[in-house]
Design a binder for this molecule. Structure first.
Ligand code: ATP
Length: 345
């Protein structure tokens, strides 16, 4: 296999299992985001890939070669961590040149590479500036350039944008993705921000409790979540009980729903329906009927909370599609069966 492979990698801290038999392949040139709640083991996994932590069991391979025992400095990986760890007393140019200097690169070669990297991160002319005179976003770009100075085999970033404000962070997500595509460099980013992961990644790896719950493209993760955890963690969703009645029909919220099938061998499951796939109609016989309990108007989208015999279902629409409803109004709810996902409980 060409690229990175994690072969049943685990990490124990005493009796606690932080990473549990992780199996993953990252083909060359792809962008992977590891996503999950705090404490799910993402940083520990990244540290093991970086060689900063040793797996308790399992192996890490690059292009088929086992690098598990290879120390960090011999892996030729570029790394950016949350703290950035730029040298505050050095200039932008000196920071970027640092990995080249410690590898003994000639002065001329250092300068040439620094100039290339400064052009790449749009900071041409900044070489002589002290890093502590830069903005947060500029510092971020310098840290990225420094990590790329040696043309690393793998580019590893741990929450690299979390210190930035929301606007700058979104802009940097796009920049980072464009840079990765331009360089074709295999990149792994740890984040707890799903929007960030969806913006940048070819493959989103969703982790929980030290395990990978799903590794797939952003759209697949969103549209075909593998389990209840992923469905709930990515975006917002309505998780509804679904069961087979005595006539073999699939029943949701007390009503038979056509086109939804419960997995073989089960009589009960959970239906995940995204709010944008819930449509409001007038109430009527044979419909799923409820009462509007709350309306959240966010300007660009409107969330309507409907109470159906004690279960809350959220429907999202844009102002243009907005059904004219008010709190307390009786409405009918339709779910699009083709986009509902049935999950084992
Ligand atoms: P966060 O988003 O909060 O950084 P994370 O998903 O990156 O979380 P990790 O830092 O990988 O999580 O930690 C996973 C689990 O392992 C946590 O419960 C953490 O407390 C534990 N852990 C991490 N490092 C150590 C250590 N050196 N000794 C003991 N436990 C550790």
């Amino acid at each position: 296999m060409s690229g990175l492979a994690l072969n049943s990698v685990s990490k124990q801290f005493g009796t606690f299992t932080a990473v549990d038999h992780v199996q993953l392949t990252v083909p060359h040139g792809t962008f992977v985001c590891m996503l999950g709640p705090s404490g799910c083991g993402k940083t520990t996994l990244l540290r093991m890939i970086a060689g900063l932590d040793t797996p308790t069991s399992g192996a890490i391979l690059i292009d088929g070669a086992d690098i598990t025992p290879v120390p960090t400095h011999k892996r030729d990986f570029g790394m950016v961590f949350q703290s950035l760890a730029l040298f505050p007393h050095l200039t932008v140019g000196e920071n970027i040149a640092y990995p080249l200097r410690i590898r003994g690169a000639a002065k001329e070669a250092q300068k040439k590479r620094v100039d290339e990297l400064l052009a790449m991160i749009d900071l041409t002319g900044y070489a002589g500036r002290p890093v502590n005179k830069l903005s947060g976003g500029q510092r971020q770009r310098v840290a990225i350039a420094r990590a790329l100075a040696i043309s690393p085999r793998l580019f590893l970033l741990d929450e690299p944008l979390s210190a930035l404000d929301a606007k700058l962070r979104e802009a940097m997500q796009v920049e980072l993705r464009q840079l990765q595509q331009q360089l074709g460099i295999t990149t792994i980013v740890v984040t707890h921000d799903q929007r960030e992961a969806m913006t940048m990644a070819d493959t989103v790896v969703v982790m929980n409790g030290g395990q990978i719950r799903q590794a797939a493209s952003p759209v697949e993760i969103y549209r075909r979540p593998a389990d209840r955890f992923v469905a709930d963690f990515i975006g917002s969703t309505n998780l509804l009980a679904v069961e087979s009645d005595s006539a073999g029909r699939t029943v949701v919220l007390g009503h038979p729903v056509e086109g939804v099938t419960i997995p073989d061998g089960l009589t009960k499951a959970t239906l995940s329906v995204r709010p944008e796939d819930v449509h409001l109609t007038g109430p009527g016989a044979g419909r799923i009927n409820g009462k509007v309990a709350f309306i959240r108007d966010l300007g660009g989208t409107i969330e309507t909370f409907v109470d159906i015999s004690g279960t809350r279902v959220i429907a999202v629409s844009t102002p243009r599609e907005r059904p004219s409803v008010h709190i307390g109004q009786e409405v009918g709810v339709t779910l699009s069966p083709d986009v509902c996902v049935v999950l084992k409980q």
